[in-house]
Design a protein around this ligand. Structure first.
Ligand code: F6P
Length: 351
C-alpha cells in the first residue's frame, strides 16, 4: 500500500524529533509514498497548515534540536469539531495515514482519533521518559547528558564555596531524569515524585556528609516531587497550563530555603528548565529516532495501525495504543535504592 503520509510533532519539543522526521521522509519516499509535514501538531491538521517534505527538505537536520515542523499542545478531541476538520483536511490533501510523534498527551489524542478509524502510527518522545511500552523515548538521553554536565559544573563551585546546591530538573510525574543524571553526576541526594522522603531524613543524610568532612552537597529534585512529601506542608496547586497540566510550585526553591534554614548551610538553587530540552541530540537519540522513524514507515507499509513503535531491551517493537495510553511509567524502585547506595545516601536497609 502506498499513498500520502502526513507527519506531525505534538506536545513539548525535544532533541531528536528532526532525526525521526528525516527517517520517516527518507524511508517513506523510498517506499513510494508522498510525505506531507503538518505544522504545529494537531493544530496544523485542523487548520490545514501543511508543507510538502522531500529528500532535500530533511537534508542536514539529523543533528538539529527542536522540530522543523513546529509543535503545539492542541488537543484535537477537545477542539470544536476537531475530528471532523481533521478528516476534511486529510481527504482534501489525500493523506491516507499519519505518523504522530508525541508524548503522553499527543499519544492519548492519537489513540482516540485512531479508534475513530483514522489510520496512524505513533513514535514516543519526551525528555521525561514516562511513556509506557518503550524503555526509552526520544529526547531523554540528551536531557540526561545536559543535566549530568550541569551537575559536573555545579560540583566544582559547590566544593569551592562549601555550599549545598539544589538542582531542579524536569519530570512531571516520574523522576527518570533526576535518577539517571543524579546517578551519572554523583548527586548526594535524589528526590523524585515516586518516592516519599522526609525533610528530617534528607537533613540527617546531608548533615552526616558534613560531619564526615565533606563540606558540600548536590541535591537533585524532579519538578513534580510533591511539596508535602518533603516538607509535610500541603501547598495548593497554584495554576494550570492551557492543557490542564499542573504548573509546579518551584520545588527547588522551596527545598533550598528549607535546607538552609534547617541546616544553617549556605544553599543555592539552579532550575535547569527548558535548557534540558534544547540543542543538539546525543548520538543515542539520533540513532533511536532514526530506528523509530524507519519502523513507523514499515508499519504503515504493512497496514499495521493504531500502534506505537518503541524500544524494549535492544529491539524495536510495536505495541497497541490501547495498551500504553494513560499508564504512567515510573522509575524502578530498585534503581532508586542503587543510586542511593552509590551516593552513600542509603545503605539499602531502608527499602
Ligand atoms: O512533558 C515534557 C516537559 O518537558 C515536562 O517535563 C515539563 O514539565 C513540561 O514539558 C514543560 O512544558 P512547557 O514547554 O509547556 O513549559
Amino acid at each position: 500500500m502506498t499513498g500520502t503520509i502526513g507527519i506531525l510533532t505534538g506536545g513539548g519539543d525535544c532533541p531528536g524529533l528532526n532525526a525521526a522526521i528525516r527517517a520517516v521522509v527518507r524511508s517513506g519516499i523510498k517506499q513510494g509514498y508522498i510525505v506531507i509535514g503538518i505544522r504545529n501538531g494537531w493544530l496544523g491538521l485542523i487548520e490545514n497548515d501543511t508543507v510538502p517534505l522531500t529528500d532535500r527538505s530533511v537534508s542536514g537536520i539529523v543533528s538539529r534540536g527542536g522540530t522543523i515542523l513546529g509543535t503545539s499542545r492542541t488537543d484535537p478531541v477537545a477542539y470544536p469539531e476537531g475530528v471532523t476538520k481533521i478528516r476534511r483536511v486529510m481527504e482534501s490533501q489525500g493523506i491516507a495515514s499519519l505518523v504522530v510523534i508525541g508524548g503522553d498527551g499527543t499519544l492519548g489524542a492519537a489513540h482516540e482519533i485512531s479508534s475513530l478509524g483514522i489510520p496512524l502510527v505513533c513514535i514516543p518522545k519526551t525528555i521525561d521518559n514516562d511513556i509506557f511500552g518503550t524503555d526509552r523515548s526520544i529526547g531523554f538521553d540528551t536531557a540526561v547528558s545536559i543535566v549530568t554536565e550541569a551537575l559536573d559544573r555545579l560540583h566544582t563551585t559547590a566544593e569551592s564555596h562549601h555550599r549545598i546546591m539544589v538542582v531542579e530538573v524536569m519530570g512531571r510525574s516520574a523522576g527518570w531524569i533526576a535518577l539517571a543524571a543524579g546517578m551519572a553526576g554523583g548527586a548526594d541526594a535524589i528526590l523524585v515524585p515516586e518516592v516519599r522522603v522526609s525533610m528530617d531524613r534528607l537533613c540527617h543524610s546531608l548533615k552526616a556528609r558534613y560531619e564526615a568532612g565533606k563540606q558540600f552537597s548536590i541535591v537533585v529534585v524532579a519538578e513534580g516531587t510533591r511539596h508535602e512529601d518533603i516538607t509535610g506542608t500541603i501547598v495548593p496547586v497554584c495554576d494550570r497550563d492551557e492543557c490542564g497540566h499542573e504548573k509546579f510550585v518551584g520545588i527547588g526553591n522551596v527545598l533550598g530555603k528549607e535546607l538552609e534554614t534547617r541546616l544553617g548551610i549556605e544553599t543555592r538553587v539552579t532550575v535547569l528548565g527548558h535548557v534540558q530540552r534544547g540543542g543538539s541530540p546525543t548520538a543515542f537519540d539520533r540513532i533511536l529516532a532514526t530506528h523509530l522513524g524507519l519502523a513507523a514507515t514499515d508499519r504503515i507499509y504493512n497496514g499495521e495501525f493504531g500502534c506505537m513503535v518503541g524500544i524494549q531491551g535492544n529491539r524495536i517493537v510495536s505495541v497497541p495504543l490501547e495498551s500504553i495510553v494513560h499508564k504512567p511509567k515510573e522509575i524502578d524502585p530498585g534503581d532508586y535504592i542503587r543510586a542511593g547506595i552509590a551516593a552513600g545516601w542509603t545503605d539499602g536497609s531502608d527499602k
